[in-house]
Design a protein around this ligand. Structure first.
Ligand code: ADE
Length: 418
């Protein structure tokens, strides 16, 4: 079996960690038990470009249990857990092409290795697989049944492709499922981003001035978790509604320049480019720490930071110090890549359980439905979303009420008033 991983000697350790994550993925486990019995994915070849983590491993194992042929590469050069990659190859016979720290050339050669397998269904986190298919393998793209996209940034790219009329197969926006973005983006990013920053720096958050850039679901999670640990949290947001919401949640809200002058720790989660740039680096205090938890490493203008600095050195794992001409030092975490996956382990299994339950059910759905879908971006069918919420509650031992017949009727009526 063809593969490219760092060290097969790490496989046993990886298997233990995959099993540890599985304990916290009860919804995916239920789906896997059914898949194992009924083999609904027999005859499907899935090609995935996802963060290679213990949670992703459990998704791959679930798809394989359903009868799918599975192949995996990384969706970020720094997020691969090398022990997990090795375990998938050695213990689960799943071909993996991913090495933590791979350069751009290997990153794309790994994407091409997955595409060489000619998947029927693609699974992306950030749309690099689909984007490569469309720019370099148009004829192959026309034969793909459908894709699934995990993250906000990927959905934005795909919607731009659909809008431009260039999307060659239907894609399901897993990110848009309620059981995905309301939990993974908020509670997952909130916790794992702080986890990455703390593992990298071991700084005390209590009393520290933290600016969070972007107040979407991810920004909300990061801001609320940072406040929970005693940080003085400021939000920077360009959308007036979101900014207002942050104000009424009790955060201070400011523009970037004011944040640059006053903050100790900067966390970007906007999904946009050059949020922190030259004029902000010029205004920052000595010792400022910069972290990004948005999908791509473009939110902090790193080339400009490198150009402005008179020197740089690695002072801890995942911490690079940039010396400014006036003697100030600015610290960049994890090369400006997703700090939660590069410096920690990504979102905990319990939230990825729902995200990946969506992925698994979406593959099953598109196997049957793809020929009736247009080449555009679809939401996950609501029935799947609700089923995942129901299973998650059930796994937590939580029972909820059903509406009475009278209540149901009331909600469909208009006659009754004061
Ligand atoms: N994205 C964020 N956290 C993740 C994780 N633990 N596994 C896969 N993708 C992720």
């Amino acid at each position: 079996m063809d593969h490219d991983v760092k060290d097969m000697g790490l496989a046993d350790e990886g298997r233990l960690r995959i099993e540890w994550a599985e304990r916290d993925m009860p919804v995916l486990r239920k789906i896997r038990e059914r898949f194992d019995r009924d083999k609904p994915l027999a005859g499907v070849k899935t090609g995935s470009c996802l963060h290679v983590t213990t949670e992703t491993a459990n998704l791959m194992i679930t798809l394989k249990a359903g009868g799918a042929e599975v192949i995996l590469c990384a969706s970020n050069p720094l997020s691969t857990q090398d022990d997990v990659a090795a375990a998938l190859v050695k213990h689960y016979e799943i071909p993996v092409f991913a090495i933590k720290g791979e350069d751009n050339e290997s990153y794309y050669s790994h994407i091409n290795a997955v595409l060489d397998a000619a998947p029927d269904v693609t699974m992306d986190d950030g749309a690099d697989l689909i984007s490569t298919l469309h720019s370099e393998r148009e004829e192959q793209a026309k034969k793909v049944w459908a894709g699934a996209e995990e993250t906000t940034t990927g959905v934005i790219r795909l919607e731009a492709m659909a809008e431009a009329g260039v999307l060659l197969f239907p894609v399901i926006a897993v990110n848009n499922a309620m059981t995905k973005h309301l939990f993974d983006n908020r509670f997952g990013t909130g916790q794992s981003t702080l986890d990455g920053i703390l593992r990298a720096t071991n700084v005390l958050l209590a009393g520290r001035k933290v600016s969070v850039f972007g107040y979407g679901m991810c920004g909300r999670g990061v801001a609320s978790r940072a406040r929970g640990m005693g940080a003085l949290v400021n939000v920077v947001e360009t959308d007036p509604l979101r900014a207002l919401e942050a104000v009424m949640e009790g955060f201070s809200v400011s523009g970037t320049m004011q944040a640059a002058q006053t903050s100790d720790l900067f966390i970007t989660v906007t999904g946009d480019i050059h949020v922190l740039r030259r004029e902000h680096f010029e205004a920052m205090k000595d010792g400022a720490i910069l972290a990004n938890s948005g999908h791509f490493n473009v939110e902090i203008d790193i080339p400009v930071l490198q150009e402005m600095a008179t020197g740089s050195r690695r002072v801890r794992e995942n911490v690079e110090e940039f010396l400014m001409p006036d003697g100030r030092k600015i610290y960049l975490l994890a090369e400006g890549r997703l700090v939660n996956l590069a410096a920690a382990e990504g979102h905990p299994a319990s939230v990825m359980d729902m995200s990946f339950a969506n992925q698994a059910l979406v593959v099953e759905y598109v196997k049957e439905a793809h020929s009736n879908l247009e080449n555009c971006v679809y939401d996950v069918p609501e029935s799947l979303d609700r089923e995942i919420a129901r299973l998650k509650l059930q796994s937590m031992g939580i029972e909820i009420d059903a509406l009475t017949a009278e209540q149901q009727e009331y909600l469909c009526s208009w006659e009754m008033g004061t």
